[in-house]
Design a protein around this ligand. Sequence first.
Ligand code: ATP
Ligand code: MG
Length: 377
Amino acid sequence: MAGSWTLLPLGWRVVSKINQIIREEINAIGGQEMLMPLLHPKEIWNETGRWDTATDIMYKLKDQRDREYALSFTHEEIVMDLLRKHIQSYQDLPVALYHFSTKFRNEPRARSGILRGREFLMKDLYSAHVSEEDLMDFYEKVKDAYKKIFTRLGFTYRVTEASGGVFTDKHTHEFQVLTESGEDSVYYCSNCDWGVNHELVGENPPKMCPMCGKQSVVQSRAIEVGNIFPLGTWYAEKMNAYFTDNKGQQKPMWFGSYGIGPSRVMGALVEVSHDENGIIWFPQIAPFDAHLISLPGGEEQASAVYKKLTEQGIDVLWDDRQISAGTKFSDADLIGIPWRFVVSQKTGEKIEVKKRNEKEVKILSMKDVLELLISSS
Ligand code: ATP
Ligand code: MG
């Protein structure tokens, strides 16, 4: 049905690579990976009142004995419950926990494929702190980690100020990939870092940048790929998550949450890098490094090439199907793996080499192919 997707093996390889980039950067700022449940009792959502206020987005269900549950659309309440059970004193803080898992959201418009699923993947990170200062210090670290992640993924993006939706009254920061196919609209300064979501400025966007003063505000369509929320003490107060400070007083924890949608990220990568024949994956997240096509008379050579490349740690997808060359070539373009190698009776001991994003074809020896791959990685 619309909004509910299977990720096939090639897509899953891409998502796994995206996840690994996210994981490395979140671990580098002290995040600890874990895994939380998706089926939540109604009672925990009543503690913050979100059982009643997040009704548009939340899937609710009843079991055979009339017990009510929510399918997770986010995990603030679950993390708060963990924190109040495990954190006693200021010495237990700060803490930063995250997981990769499914989110369920009753999206009214699930028309954009994996860009807007009714169940989708999210990396969500949560942090708890003794003070607002410590929270905001970590918030800036997450912002920097996100910048590294989206740069490593190959995006042209902007950080924009946005509203907090069902999460908070405070302003938040979104990471917006600039592309005409995006659902969001953002304004940003082409001279400095300032940016804002259309929803915050409505019909009256500034012409002059409020940060640098230049007449350099421009508008773009965009896809939101990440969002960070400085939530404050609201959740801790609602859910009674207090710690003892260094003067022996009970204080509510300062809390933040930070999301990235890896499945939407994959969709956004396709939006920004494709041509009329298919996807053009950036090498760092491509499902395989090389796409090997064997044509009649080239089977033995293909087997040797496959073995040699694989031994060097290069991931090769070998198309050894007994079908027309034309179909193999068009499938290679569609799938979008960065390097295409063809071996046939015609190429003999050599290999025909082409990059997905270039027109030029070269005939090289195995040794030259290896050098080329190593020098370009
Ligand atoms: P949107 O405004 O696009 O509906 P959101 O602001 O509700 O998204 P957040 O709650 O900030 O989303 O979720 C964090 C991240 O999860 C988003 O930045 C996005 O990458 C991803 N995400 C959110 N909703 C979806 C969805 N329906 N399908 C796929 N990814 C999603
Ligand atoms: Mg958001």
